[in-house]
Design a binder for this molecule. Structure first.
Ligand SMILES: CC(C)(COP(=O)(O)OP(=O)(O)OC[C@H]1O[C@@H](n2cnc3c(N)ncnc32)[C@H](O)[C@@H]1OP(=O)(O)O)[C@@H](O)C(=O)NCCC(=O)NCCS
Length: 286
């Protein structure tokens, strides 16, 4: 029998939520922990492209707008069989067109950093991943006047305001989705909100992020609450490397599990404070 099947070609098209399962197969091929549900969430929140070869998705790249001036890029993957052939660069060019002049931020793996550097991205920070099975941790001790309460959808405007102080970004759509699929706690002092953290299912277990607080001690309280509640669960936190939380997390049994380089093309956002972003929602969303 002679083979007369037509030669399949690589095609670039818009990503859709229905691609989540095929994207999941691709991220498994590069040993990323995302579940199909994690893909559904990030596709639903953003925009992007896939490269197909027949029925197979062989490359992905997404971006998420935060207002008109900034966006983050992520989930940039080329299947191992097709790496080194210019697809990564082609994906990035497609995102540049779609993101229309926004300043762009991403967290680069060691594999991705040379590609982004060639495209003009410059390093601006480092994110350290910590993870592990949470041992028994005491509930955080709260000082007089301090309290923790559940955050709800009705808190969205409040959370967006303090998140914007920490990031300089308009991330309401992302916070809305995280509130819907996760659990949120708000730290208050004398009835005034002074930080929050969100726990949700992700990858191999659970992730705590974002963690927004005015001080490192407050950030610790907002993480310790979940460590205490989720004893024995696999839990991940992606911290800014200058957050001062690394040693404490390691003592809590969440060991360092790799780092990525934060990079920007254009202007970094300009957070006004006093809140700081201590842990990311995840490496893609920032
Ligand atoms: C990073 C990744 C997306 C790059 O995709 P790719 O299709 O292999 O990249 P390209 O072939 O388009 O390379 C584009 C340019 O970057 C350069 N480049 C890519 N990877 C490189 C590396 N590891 N070291 C040095 N240069 C590299 C290429 O030489 C090329 O430069 P040129 O245009 O001047 O020739 C791909 O390797 C990948 O999916 N890795 C695993 C998942 C991952 O880590 N993704 C990044 C997440 S932030």
């Amino acid at each position: 029998m002679c083979a007369t099947a037509p030669q399949e070609t690589l095609l670039l098209r818009q990503i859709a939520t229905a691609d989540a399962l095929a994207c999941h197969a691709l991220s498994c091929a590069v040993n990323w922990p995302h579940r199909a549900e994690d893909w559904e969430m990030v596709i639903g929140l953003g925009h992007g492209v896939v490269v197909t070869l027949g029925e197979e998705i062989v490359a992905t790249a997404l971006w998420w707008p935060y207002g008109e001036s900034h966006a983050t890029l992520g989930m940039i993957i080329v299947s191992p069989a097709h790496q080194g052939g210019g697809i990564g660069k082609r994906l990035m060019q497609a995102l540049f067109v779609q993101a229309q002049g926004r300043s762009l931020m991403l967290n680069a793996t060691a594999a991705g950093e040379p590609l982004y550097a060639k495209l003009g991205f410059v390093p601006c920070g480092e994110v350290q991943q910590h993870q592990g099975e949470t041992p028994a941790i005491a509930a955080p001790v709260l000082q007089a006047g301090m309290s923790l309460r559940l955050g709800r959808r009705a808190d969205l405007v409040l959370l967006e305001r303090i998140d914007r102080q920490a990031t300089g970004l308009a991330r309401k759509p992302m916070l809305e989705v995280l509130l819907a699929c996760g659990e949120c706690i708000v730290l208050e002092r004398n009835g005034q909100p002074e930080g929050f953290s969100i726990l949700r299912r992700f990858g191999r277990g659970l992730v705590v992020g974002p963690v927004v607080a005015a001080t490192r001690d407050d950030a610790q309280i907002l993480i310790a609450h979940w460590l205490h509640e989720q004893r024995g669960q696999f839990l991940r936190v992606d911290i800014q490397v200058d957050s001062g939380l690394a040693d404490w997390l390691t003592e809590c049994g969440l060991n360092p599990a790799g780092a990525v380089t934060s990079m920007v093309l254009g202007n970094k956002p300009n957070p006004v404070g006093p809140m700081c972003l201590y842990a990311l929602a995840n490496q893609a969303l920032g």
